[in-house]
Structure formats: structure tokens, C-alpha cells
Design a protein around this ligand. Structure first.
Ligand SMILES: Nc1nc2c(ncn2[C@@H]2O[C@H](COP(=O)(O)OP(=O)(O)OP(=O)(O)O)[C@@H](O)[C@H]2O)c(=O)[nH]1
Ligand SMILES: [Mg+2]
Length: 267
């Protein structure tokens, strides 16, 4: 079903419309324990005063070992499909997914990178400018969890410190029984806290938690984009108000000219 709630942009499918702040997976490893969008963000959306946020794309980069299920996770979310056969990603690929958040059109550009070592240098060229880094590991292979530290370090190196939201995602949840899953999650949450990441367990095969996870990614990135935009515009206004933009260093040109003339003995 399609919605045409917003007069500003093209329509998005109903399950990409976010009106309330999506909930975390677990409060034990979560980036923000809150239930609502920031008041300033709500107000800006209601006034449709979100600057360039509705027009630009936020970059999301998915990293992790080969075979952990990065492509499957993205394809389940963006195309609602699942393929049992493994086709290694060569270099990088991306999908653009459109949302409507508190009435404002918003898009994520989701970059799928290759986990194979031989493609790492191609993939890492695309890490720059990420607003969100998703580090994925396979819940049935705890070695892949250990490797997420290195994947994250590599991705963060290409970005400004403190500028990215980090998620740690355990994949293939359908392959584990309740107790085994819980055990893997405890280890993963511990690491997520060290990484200052939010933790999620998902299954691309069954689709479990896939939409709630990406809704959470979109909402956090959207809120940050709106707040940054508001801050940028208000500091630009302040600068104009204080005259900082037109204040000049040193003497004004007419004073410099009269000094030059007086040094020549003309005045
Ligand atoms: N049972 C199950 N299998 C999965 C799941 N997600 C992925 N797989 C399988 O795991 C294998 C690897 O999945 P991919 O998504 O190609 O892995 P990848 O991380 O993109 O691998 P690279 O592109 O080489 O980095 C495939 O055979 C998938 O069918 C899942 O949630 N459950
Ligand atoms: Mg892949």
C-alpha cells in the first residue's frame, strides 16, 4: 500500500512511515533509552523547518566478515527476499531506501561491503562520510564477533571522531535455539558496550527484527541530521547577528590608506 501523506516528496510505502521513535532491541546495549523524538525535532518537522534533511541521503555502511549475512540482511529489508545460495559481494554495492519520518521524506543510502580480504581495499574506500556503521557477525560463529572490533576500527578511521552511530548486529538468529542465542547475545552485548554500539539480533531468513532494526537506524540518523541542521542554521544566524561575518581583521581600508599617505608626508 502506498501513502501520500506528504505533499513535499514522492510517496513511500506504508511500512517506511515512522511517526513514533522506534524502540531499542535491548536496554542493556542501546544508544538512546528514550521513547520520543527530541522536542526540537518534532517542532521543526511540524513547521516543515528541517532544512536540507529531506533532500540529502544519510550514508549507512555495513561491514563484517565474509558469509555473515550482510547482503542477505540488506536484501531482506530493501527487497523482502532471501536467497539460500551464497554469492560473495565483490567490492561494494548499495541500495537507497526512502522513509517518511514525522512527515518528512528521508533516505538512507545503505552500502553493502565485501567481507573477503581480497576486496577489502576496494570496500574501505567507501567508508568515508558514514553517519551509521553497522558491524555484522554470525551468531553461530563467535570468531566473527571477535573480528567486529577490527572492522569497526577500520571504518571509524575514515570518519570524524564521534560522528557515527555504531550498531552491532548478530545475524542468522533462526539457526540458534533460545538458550544458545541468549549465551551468544550476552557476549555480544558486552562487546557492544565496549564499542559504544547498539546491539540487535536478526534473521534475514525469517525477517525477524529486520524492519524494526532499520527503522531504529533511520530514526536515530534522521534525528541527528535534523538537530545538526538546526544547529548549523542557528549558528549561521548568530554569526550574522553579531556581525562576525563582516568583521574585518586589522584597520579598515580607508584608515590604511590615510596611514600610507601620512607616512609619505601627504597629510
Ligand atoms: N539460516 C540463515 N542463513 C542466512 C541468514 N543470512 C544469511 N544467510 C546465509 O549465509 C550465507 C552468506 O550470506 P551473505 O548475505 O551472502 O553474506 P555476506 O556477509 O554478504 O558475505 P560477503 O559478501 O562475502 O561479505 C548465504 O548462504 C545466506 O543464505 C539468516 O538469517 N539465516
Ligand atoms: Mg555480501
Amino acid at each position: 500500500m502506498r501513502s501520500s501523506l506528504t505533499p513535499l516528496g514522492p510517496t513511500v510505502s506504508r511500512d517506511r512511515i515512522i511517526t513514533c521513535f522506534p524502540k531499542w532491541y535491548t536496554p542493556n546495549a542501546c544508544l538512546q533509552l528514550k521513547e520520543h523524538f527530541h522536542g526540537q525535532v518534532n517542532a521543526a518537522c511540524q513547521r516543515r523547518n528541517t532544512g536540507t534533511v529531506g533532500l540529502s541521503l544519510s550514508k549507512v555502511v555495513v561491514v563484517g566478515d565474509l558469509y555473515v549475512g550482510k547482503t542477505s540482511l540488506i536484501h531482506r529489508f530493501c527487497k523482502n527476499v532471501f536467497d539460500h545460495d551464497y554469492k560473495a559481494t565483490i567490492g561494494v554495492d548499495f541500495e537507497i531506501e526512502r522513509f517518511e519520518i514525522v512527515g518528512i521524506p528521508y533516505s538512507l543510502q545503505i552500502w553493502d561491503t565485501a567481507g573477503q580480504e581480497k576486496f577489502k581495499c576496494i570496500a574501505s574506500a567507501y567508508y568515508r562520510g558514514a553517519q551509521v556503521i553497522i558491524t555484522a557477525f554470525d551468531l553461530t560463529d563467535m570468531q566473527t564477533l571477535e573480528h567486529t572490533r577490527q572492522w569497526l576500527e577500520d571504518a571509524l578511521r575514515e570518519n570524524e571522531p564521534g560522528s557515527c552511530f555504531v550498531f552491532l548486529v548478530g545475524t542468522k538468529k533462526d539457526l540458534l535455539s533460545g538458550a544458545a542465542c541468549e549465551q551468544a547475545e550476552v557476549e555480544a552485548m558486552h562487546l557492544a558496550n565496549e564499542m559504544q554500539a547498539e546491539y540487535w539480533s536478526v534473521s534475514a531468513k525469517t525477517g525477524e527484527n529486520v524492519k524494526p532494526f532499520f527503522s531504529r537506524v533511520a530514526a536515530l540518523a534522521f534525528e541527528q541530521s535534523v538537530l545538526r541542521d538546526l544547529e548549523r542554521r542557528s549558528s549561521a544566524r548568530l554569526q550574522v547577528g553579531n556581525g562576525d561575518l563582516i568583521r574585518m581583521e586589522g584597520d579598515p581600508p580607508e584608515t590604511q590608506e590615510s596611514k600610507r599617505l601620512s607616512s609619505l608626508g601627504c597629510c
